[in-house]
Design a protein around this ligand. Sequence first.
Ligand SMILES: [Zn+2]
Length: 643
Amino acid sequence: MEIHRPPSATPDSGGKKKHGWFRNKKNKKPAHQGNAPQGNALLASSSQGHVAQGHVAQGHVAPSRAPQPNKIPHHGIAPRTDAKHFGGDKLRIIPLGGLEEIGKNIMALEYRNDIIVIDAGMSFAGPDMLGVDFIVPDISYLEARKNKIRGMLFTHGHLDHIGAIQYVLPKLGNPPIYANKLALGLIKGRLKEFALDKSAKLNFVNELSKLKLGAFEIEFFRVNHSIPNSMGIYLNTPVGSVVHTGDFKFDHSPAIDRPTDFQRIAEIGRKGIDVLMVDSTNALRPGFCKSEAEVAAKLEEIIEKTKGRLIIASFSSLIGRINQIVNIAAKNNRKVFLSGRSMIDNVKLAEELGYATYPKGTVRKINAQANSMPPSQVLILTTGAQGETLSALTRMAMGEHSSIKIREGDTVLISASPIPGNELAIVNVINNLYAQGAKVITNNDMDIHVSGHAHQEELKLMYGLIKPKCYVPIHGELYMRKGHIEMIKTVADPSMLATCLDNNGDVLEISKQGVRKSKEKVPANDILVDGLGFGDIGSRVIQDRKVMSEDGIVVMLFHAYEESKRLISEPDIISRGFLYLKESEEIAREVKQVASKAFEQITQQNRKIPLKDLKGELERNISNFIRKRLRREPMIIPIIMYA
Ligand SMILES: [Zn+2]
């Protein structure tokens, strides 16, 4: 999944997250399991492989319902859940994020003295998490075992898979990173922003690479997604093997990538897979996900037919689609102007890494030329497809963009689907664009966007190719993952067992006796990021912000004699976001009276009352009065100054 900035976000922060903020997590601290650290054992990272290159492979593609024994049974385990017989030599799979949200994907695989980490993503904060820019995963479990970490593997370069790298990497003692070309470029860019790129141990791997990291034998396979170079991962240990699909879809005509290598996936399946961890983002959508080629054809048709200026808003990580748009623009004698920081950065990186196939000089940064050139020769490629507050498209719609003024005759294409929660913001942007004179085409009008995630028929195909003993849906909220299991159950061989890990921090164990869910819970809370602080705000701070945002704040200032606890004068009242007290003198007077009376009563009953208790009692009294009088619950802060 690609995550995008929400309407409330600044260009570099903020975002959308669908679940609520409060999660009552009572994770017990797990016992430390590691023994002596073991050195890094990268034995091989070969570039030569045995993988059929090129297009859709022949054979082993059709999913079969008939049980098929794995051809290379490396240990022949039978899935069972009987705890009594469960062995001590275990491979533990621990998703620390990505199970309760779309985003923040990170998973640890632990076998004896070795840990492999897959992805390190962030997620954006929901509108209920006031002021929080984004969320990173809780990696305290890994921090306590950082000597065991042999490497971090990345499936692809989306922010929900790499976006927490600047937080995770230093905390885990800078373990080596393994990623494909584009993901590696994006990781490097992100680390550079935080001056961590020089020390990072960046290793290029592709679908042909084989690694031996500690006890783990690791291989990769090519999948398609909405960003090039996405890979699934195969990991084998002495007690069991796992396949992690990463985010994937099957696309026979992708924009810039090569199609999925089915033969390779079937080959991985024939190794005998104990556990398959599968992307659930579109598990509730029937059929097949459309190909990126269909989007290109539709965009080409629109670009050819349109006479006026064209503005296309899309996701800046859709490197393949952007490349297609620029090529179509060049063919139609249009210059492409890039608008929005991430669009400019990603196109630059794509050019540097060799992903761009368009003629040189076709693309330029946005400037006033886009207003003065003949409209039929201009195409503006911009961020802001989700209606984000400060994005380039929103600024254009508001008439606040520094270079572009929307005018009669402009056509705006929104080549994206709204992420749930962003619909209203997008409608606002569309209304404003129309008000400025533009015509807007969205995915509702024509097929100008496709998802990057497998629909149900593609998921079934993945199961048919891998034929795991057990499967665990990942990447998605609980209802998506439960739906995923129900859907696969209807077609899968009954011997294929489903396990649902309900929450982040749940642990799956594989031993020679089988696969089971452990009773153990590993800490997996949300680490909130606000500005430069990681995890320095928690539920209390957010709750305070919420109270203040809803009903404001009332500060009561008491001047009293310390000994007698008599008030020297009437309390002062200061408020923000509560009432404009100058215009509500009566209320202010009443609050002051209640506060005075409460102070006198409390202190006369107990002159030695500790300050903390006195403040608590005052807060309760004033709060009760305001609630009864106005049905409001502002934050009350009593301040007591003794003479
Ligand atoms: Zn993704």
